[in-house]
Write a protein that binds this ligand. Structure first.
Ligand SMILES: NC(=O)c1ccc[n+]([C@@H]2O[C@H](COP(=O)([O-])OP(=O)(O)OC[C@H]3O[C@@H](n4cnc5c(N)ncnc54)[C@H](OP(=O)(O)O)[C@@H]3O)[C@@H](O)[C@H]2O)c1
Length: 276
């Protein structure tokens, strides 16, 4: 004990970066791995995986781009088998709530013989501030193929806290946490809250999924990304996730952060200022 090495796959991502920061603040020996690290870790090229896992005791695994895409189950299965061979004791997998395909990847982890914790998360707040919804917010109009379906958006900071608890405290091996924020909101309500906090006029517009896919195609977005967007906005956002859980409270001892708090803080950073 004491000098455990913890690997973070996707260590510069929305959750991985936060997990790494927390572990480093605790003085843990942290190894970040992604396509831009040396040595590199690429989900599309297993040749670098063994080096990343060498001497590792535990790992936080965020897959790219999503556990629902073809090939994800095989990749997770292969990584888990390699981790078992390398003597890794604990894998903490970030999964997508309501994604049936992701459950097959979770199953591959469970069957690997490595100790596991699964964090099955709802949509992140940070999609609005650090990811693909940011451009629309900055432009003053977010256009999405979604209507009044509600989602229990969650703060990536809460996810990171749960992951760090799983990696550093006893009692989390063999557990599946379904983590959500404290309230259900539509995408329109989330945009309205951002508009309120920034004092800007930001509209939310719903479009038909086929029209949205055509817009992405016109913008020369790769076909596999368009497939994923279509899957997320039709299959996953069909109302199946319209419930909140108390798993964050159970793990952390406090409730998850609300969207208004997040939006106030993010607005103060200037990230949502309009495009000049
Ligand atoms: N966003 C949501 O609302 C949400 C909700 C539930 C679950 N999830 C799941 O969260 C996971 C993504 O986690 P995140 O949002 O924390 O990450 P993220 O912000 O999407 O960050 C991407 C990270 O992955 C690395 N990366 C990108 N492509 C890679 C590749 N081919 N091989 C290896 N590394 C790669 C990037 O670094 P490099 O560029 O250096 O490679 C970066 O560190 C996905 O599995 C997604 O399904 C997301």
């Amino acid at each position: 004990m004491g000098s455990e090495t913890i690997l973070i796959l996707g260590g510069s991502g929305k959750t991985g970066r936060r997990v790494a920061e927390r572990l480093m603040a605790q003085g843990k020996d942290v190894r970040l791995a992604s396509r831009s690290t040396v040595p590199a870790f690429d989900w599309t090229d297993p040749s670098g995986w063994a080096a990343a896992l060498e001497g590792v005791d535990a790992a936080y695994v965020s897959y790219q781009p999503d556990l629902a895409v073809p090939g994800a189950v095989e990749a997770i299965g292969m990584l888990c088998r390699l981790a078992a061979e390398k003597g890794v004791k604990h894998l903490v997998l970030l999964s997508g709530r309501g994604e049936d395909e992701a459950q097959a990847a979770e199953q591959a982890l469970k069957q690997s013989g490595v100790g596991y914790t699964i964090i099955s998360a709802s949509w992140f707040f940070q999609n609005f501030s650090e990811a693909f919804l940011l451009d629309g917010i900055q432009a003053g109009e977010l256009v999405l193929p979604i209507g009044d379906v509600k989602e229990p958006f969650i703060d990536a900071d809460d996810i990171a806290d749960v992951a760090v608890a799983a990696l550093t405290e006893p009692g989390h091996v063999g557990k599946i946490y379904e983590v959500t924020g404290p309230q259900l909101m539509t995408f329109g309500e989330a945009v309205a809250e951002i508009a309120r906090q920034t004092g800007r006029d930001i509209r939310f517009t719903t479009v038909d999924i086929d029209d949205y896919a055509a817009m992405l195609e016109q913008a020369q977005i790769p076909a596999d990304y368009i497939w994923l967007v279509r899957y997320l906005f039709t299959t996953v956002l069909d109302g199946r996730n319209e419930s909140v859980t108390d798993d964050v409270l159970q793990v952390l001892g406090h409730p998850p952060r609300g969207f208004a708090d997040f939006a106030r803080e993010a607005a103060a950073t200037g990230v949502w200022e309009g495009l000049k």
